[in-house]
Write a new protein. Sequence first.
Length: 270
Amino acid sequence: MLAGWRSWVNPPRPAYPEPVTDPRARRGIRIELVVVFAVTLGLSGLRSLLSLLDSLLQPAPLSKQSVALNTPQARADLIDLAFQLAFVLQLLAWGALGLYLLWNAGIRLAAIGLNGDRKARDALAGCVLAAIVGVPGLLLYLAARALDLNLTVLPTTLNDVWWRLPVLFLEAVGNAWAEETLVIGFLLTRARQLGWSENRGLVSAAVLRGSYHLYQGFGGGVGNLAMGLLFGRYWQRSNRLWPLIVAHTILDTVSFLGYALLHNHVSWLP
């Protein structure tokens, strides 16, 4: 049991992919990481930090301020629908970019857990992970908000139109796809190629995940950092990415659709 715990806390680096030793190739990987995250989730992290700083400078405490996750982008419903779908396409493209760069470098997508030969097991693992993260995450959010460490998060303020629920589901899928493929599949694979220890890669990915949720407040940042540690270690131990995408999709779907369906019917939802 002790040996298993030590293996979980400090796992050995797997043999695949092999560390890149050529200096020019290593420099190329570092540049690639900077460029990819400068135009995707790393830039989101910077914006989230600036948003948190702006919230802290307001006279009202954080818990009295609110932030909406899925908001209308146009007054006309069909134009708004087009904006929402364009955002989903952007998220899908971000994830596809990371996967393409790995594939172009000779790394098989099956090697990072995106093959489809374990559908039932991956789906079950995703449901378990969602349950493990969901309830503690909600309790952490409520505690952080009660302590004035988090903004009030409104999962959606979209108008009650016919396309609202399917679009919210697509946005949940897009979020899960972009975050898990980039922060886990892409970043941690590149970290292994650079010869980083598993723990160094894990912490780097988790800090990145927490950073682009800071717009929600300290609770959002800490909660997603913890989720990143769990998800990252799960992938490092199992090399399966689909369960993380499934779990993330479930978490966001429950949050987005649950809020949309209930917030006008229960008094405790803002």
